[in-house]
Design a protein. Sequence first.
Length: 174
Amino acid sequence: MANILNEILRHGVRSEPFSWPQADLETWQQALWQRFGRALVIRHVDAGSCNGCELEIHALNAPQYNLTGLGLHFSASPRHADLLLVTGPVSRHMEEALRRTYAALPEPRWVVAVGDCGRDGGVFGKSYACLGGVSQVIPVDVVVAGCPPTPLQLLAGIWRAVTSAKGSTLPRPE
């Protein structure tokens, strides 16, 4: 512990404070308000991951990203969600649960597969215990690659999903 403190005292803090550009914040808020008239509700499902992506999702919930200020929040119920955030390769034991969660989401719904495992199974691949990527079980709108992806990459993936042409009955943000 003393070594770490000495390193900090010698070199200072090596990261910069995070802040949203004001224009981006306003763009997010306006787009979500135009599209939904309310906050975007996200349901997260861990389909069998190593928890690396979950750590980044928890980091995304940190105060510096201000998800509530952006108009995003997580829900425990898929019936109240607009977007499904799925991490990990789909294990055989999670296949039915993932299908049911997807079916419970109201239309229009978006699915974001998170990480390399969510994309194609990643290091777990396809095996007796693993079906591979999320698209093997449910339709995927956006893939956020990375092992694990950073919180900003996750936000960019959510933005891509929300601004996609799917759900054209809602006004598309400019």
